[in-house]
Design a protein around this ligand. Structure first.
Ligand code: HEC
Length: 95
């Protein structure tokens, strides 16, 4: 039982949805609405909406964050940070 839990936690532990939420609040919330916060702007879609968009899967979002297009600035997130943000979006989407 314990071994199974440790094994299950292994790969998932690399990407941390909670860390992703903190990154989103710090770096994305000025433009995108992050969960219940009344922030964000009309120009940028709410992160929860992006998370649930079937055309915006984890691979697509990862590619976008590696190389965002204007008007979104390149935030120069590290791969680990991008993985965390993607894990957070997966959690928002209920994946
Ligand atoms: C300075 C404002 C700004 C910041 C900060 C910002 N974004 Fe954006 N983002 C935008 C805008 C504006 C768009 C819409 C671009 C478009 O429609 O072409 C966008 C688009 C996106 C998209 C694509 C949405 C789609 O469906 O096309 C994703 C994914 C995204 N942002 C994620 C993030 C994440 C994650 C962060 C934080 C790490 C972040 N953004 C930070 C302004 C911002």
């Amino acid at each position: 039982m314990l071994a199974a839990m440790v094994a299950a936690a292994g790969p998932a532990a690399a990407a941390d949805a909670e860390a992703g939420r903190r990154i989103a609040e710090q770096w994305c919330a000025s433009c995108h609405m992050v969960e219940g916060r009344r922030s964000g702007s009309d120009a940028a879609p709410a992160l929860a909406g992006i998370a649930r968009d079937p055309g915006r899967g984890p691979g697509w979002v990862r590619a976008w964050l590696n190389d965002p297009h204007p008007p979104m600035p390149d935030l120069s997130l590290t791969r680990a940070e991008i993985d965390d943000v993607v894990a957070y979006l997966n959690r928002l989407a209920g994946r």
